[in-house]
Design a protein around this ligand. Sequence first.
Ligand SMILES: CC(=O)N[C@H]1[C@@H](OP(=O)(O)OP(=O)(O)OC[C@H]2O[C@@H](n3ccc(=O)[nH]c3=O)[C@H](O)[C@@H]2O)O[C@H](CO)[C@@H](O)[C@@H]1O
Ligand SMILES: C=C(OP(=O)(O)O)C(=O)O
Length: 421
Amino acid sequence: MDSILVRGNGPVSGDIEIAGAKNACLTLMPATLLSDEPLTLTNAPRLSDIKTMTELLASLGAEVTALQEGKVQAMSCHGDINPVADYEIVRKMRASNLVLGPLLARLGHAVVSLPGGCAIGARPMDLHTTALEALGAQIELRDGYLHAKAPGGLKGAVHKMRFPSVGATENFLMAASLAKGTSVLENAAREPEIVDLVSCLKKMGAQIEGEGTERIEIQGVDRLHGATHPVVTDRIELGTFMLAPAICGGEVTCLGGKLSLVEAFVEKLERAGVSVTENARGLTVSRGENRVQAVDVVTEPFPGFPTDLQAQMMALLCTAEGTSVLEETIFENRFMHAPELTRMGADIEVHGGHATVHGVERLKGARVMATDLRASVSLILAGLAAEGETVVSRVYHLDRGYEFVEKKLSGIGAHIERIKS
Ligand SMILES: CC(=O)N[C@H]1[C@@H](OP(=O)(O)OP(=O)(O)OC[C@H]2O[C@@H](n3ccc(=O)[nH]c3=O)[C@H](O)[C@@H]2O)O[C@H](CO)[C@@H](O)[C@@H]1O
Ligand SMILES: C=C(OP(=O)(O)O)C(=O)O
């Protein structure tokens, strides 16, 4: 298993290119199941999760070709489709559950393994199943698989979710696009990845309005056609790399970054004393000599502060002046980076969904272990702020969500290298 070695850094400077969003690409890829014509995604990130989704779609009968070293995913699903998403693939990745809505819409039946839990918390599917049931699907759980069918076809309906689940919104949107009649989803998720999915579905011929708001209306159509679509910028990779100059000092431009993707995050950075400006090339982030100030953070659905940036923000706050409280409201076990940061000299107390971080002047390098995707990169960021060397093990988590992380960070002057096992 590879590790990442990081050496404490001085100020960083330069440009860093932000990739297409993992969490958008993983929902755009299953949309290929909705049409028998090719769907081409440009600006796809080069990640192991994308390979896993490719494997899953191939197991269902889709042809997926990675072009330009993986930056383009060309997909086609014109032959026989297998309705069974097998446990062996689904268990590797939560986003596998996004084939349920498309399979059901295209075939009228689907058998999809439950993703189960993952390190950061439970990944239940009740919001997905009740949303699809509102469209007329009958779903039961047998042997760890969701067996779904819609004997008379899916029919448009009004459905209100008790929580704006991103995945359930995506499954509902894809299914309702091919249902008969009009569907309305209330309390829908508003994340940029939802807006991106709708933009792609519209190019495929879907009739949808209200994306980016909490009420989305879908007029079902008989068939969807092929399309070419660029994957939206990864707001989480963007936020992660914006933290490099915030932690080390210096000035970095995150190419392709937009304020509208990370407003709640930027508000906290600015309060901490970090400057962020939007320009034609992206977002420029700078911090001078002053220590950052403590800020409190609560994770929330978009447009609130994203759960996927909580671990990285904690790395910054470890060396802030004062005490910060981070509250995690989305996943019940998403503070696993805290004990690892403590190994580096951070002063953190975790009580349930709250982490209290008392800022220290300097962290110290240590051997630490990545427990999940965002925890891994938070340890790398902390390593940049630490005295001496930090070795982060189990970086296969990192490769799920960050392409060429060593190359990108060394491009702005960070001391980072991969140790191959
Ligand atoms: C709202 C939110 O921040 N969603 C994040 C979540 O999306 P993801 O789609 O995985 O999760 P959801 O948006 O569905 O919401 C997560 C919350 O809803 C609960 N839940 C979810 C589905 C369900 O059927 N029943 C249920 O109770 C979960 O236990 C959790 O508390 O993880 C992704 C990867 O980290 C992020 O990119 C998304 O931004
Ligand atoms: C936890 C994440 O991904 P997933 O939902 O695929 O596990 C993430 O992107 O931070």
